[in-house]
Design a protein around this ligand. Structure first.
Ligand code: C5P
Length: 239
């Protein structure tokens, strides 16, 4: 059994720069290329999977103009694993779909999908998601919600609460999300046929009727999305 890791890294990361600041300026680098301690976030993330003994190969989805410069950057890392580069799509889901189309895997091989901007994933989380994906066919890392979760209706000024969701019924989904190849492929084929667009891979697998297990992620496994996340990431790296 092999384990292929797909890393969608073709987003623009517009939340990293506030709109007024961005006006009139050159577009900021995509958030996955923002540097953390002098190294692009994406490289930090790749190093984690390259170092994981469970992982066989990696497939990275990048924006077309970023493929060649990144290939040169990758050579410096001299990873001992195959790292395939494919062109991403308009949405995260399409970027992952392009990677699924580019990899070769047997039905019971495991495919992990991981956000480029979650560099604090640990070897333990990777291993537990792989093991649960083998056992259940699909599994994600998640953490319990610590805040009270409200369902809202958006309004012009903000939002109005419509319900309070019992906290014990909620987990915050992280990545890696791991799947048997046949389970993931079927879910993507069905979503494409139905025009469904999800914000993670598990949502596609859920709607295809397959159960998805949750294993414990980590509060440190943050998705670096805003400048405040970047400050926190620098703090984690120093400590
Ligand atoms: O923008 P969002 O937070 O959903 O991005 C999550 C991940 O998906 C990031 O790693 C981003 O680079 C990736 N992505 C992608 N292709 C897109 C949009 C986002 O690979 N078209």
């Amino acid at each position: 059994m092999k384990v292929v890791v797909i890393i969608p890294a073709a987003g623009l990361g517009t939340r990293m720069t506030s709109a007024p600041e961005a006006k009139g300026k050159k577009p900021a680098p995509s958030k996955q290329f923002t540097e953390l301690a002098g190294t692009p976030i994406l490289i930090h993330t790749l190093r984690k999977f390259a170092a994981s003994p469970e992982v066989t190969e990696i497939c990275l989805a990048l924006r077309a103009n970023e493929i060649e410069p990144f290939r040169a950057r990758l050579e410096k890392e001299a990873f001992k694993k195959k790292v395939q580069l494919v062109e991403g799509g308009e949405h995260r889901q399409q970027s992952v779909a392009h990677a699924i189309a580019a990899i070769t895997a047997a039905p019971d091989d495991i495919v992990l999908v991981h956000d480029a901007v979650r560099p604090f994933v640990t070897e333990e989380i990777i291993r537990e998601v792989i093991q649960a994906a083998q056992k259940y066919g699909a599994a994600i890392a998640g953490v319990p919600a610590v805040d009270t979760i409200k369902e809202v209706q958006r309004t012009a000024e903000g939002a109005l609460i419509t319900a309070t969701v019992p906290r014990e019924k909620v987990v915050m989904a992280q990545t890696p999300q791991g799947f048997r190849y046949d389970v993931l492929k079927k879910a993507f084929d069905e979503a494409t046929a139905d025009g469904f667009l999800g914000t993670d891979e598990a949502s596609l697998v859920e709607r295809s009727g397959h159960e998805v297990a949750v294993v414990m992620g980590s509060a440190r496994n943050i998705k670096i999305t805003t400048p405040a996340d970047l400050e926190l990431a620098e703090f984690y790296l120093r400590n």
